[in-house]
Design a protein around this ligand. Structure first.
Ligand SMILES: [Zn+2]
Ligand SMILES: [Zn+2]
Ligand SMILES: [Zn+2]
Length: 143
């Protein structure tokens, strides 16, 4: 079972504010990554851009959210697994972008293929984006 917004804030020692709870609720309600504009659009209460931006930043810093790089020009965010902390973000998973609905999801169960880099290169972060058609869109197309 997923944690509630309040549990997540407590776990990461973040102060409970209405804005934080509202934003986390959005992430908990969907399975796909959200850009800041999507978040602003879907919040019931209006918060100014700076507040939303700061909230996202503190979630990133604490290991609540991670950045999802897909082929769109704006960064998106997705919930981290509970193993992330402010010290270690562990994101060795694939992201899948659907070309039909434009939604990007984390494929947590699929690890990133091991890479052997040329000597002298060090990996800091690996972003793997798979593009295609998601399950929902594929089912719809088949009907
Ligand atoms: Zn993380
Ligand atoms: Zn889709
Ligand atoms: Zn992800």
């Amino acid at each position: 079972m997923k944690n509630t917004a309040a549990q997540i804030l407590t776990q990461y020692q973040l102060r409970h504010t209405a804005c934080r709870v509202a934003i986390l609720d959005l992430f908990l309600a969907q399975s796909f990554a959200l850009a800041q504009a999507d978040i602003e659009k879907n919040l019931d209460t209006e918060y100014d851009r700076v507040t939303v931006y700061r909230t996202l930043r503190s979630f990133l810093d604490k290991g609540v959210l991670h950045k999802v790089l897909d082929s769109s020009s704006t960064p998106k965010f997705a919930l981290c697994t509970s193993t992330c902390t402010s010290q270690t973000h562990n994101h060795q998973h694939l992201h899948f972008k659907c070309e039909i609905c434009n939604q990007t999801t984390c494929l947590d169960k699929l690890g990133v293929p091991a890479l052997t880099l040329p000597e002298g290169y060090q990996v800091q972060e690996i972003n793997v984006l798979v593009q295609g058609v998601c399950k929902g869109c594929a089912t719809q197309a088949a009907v």
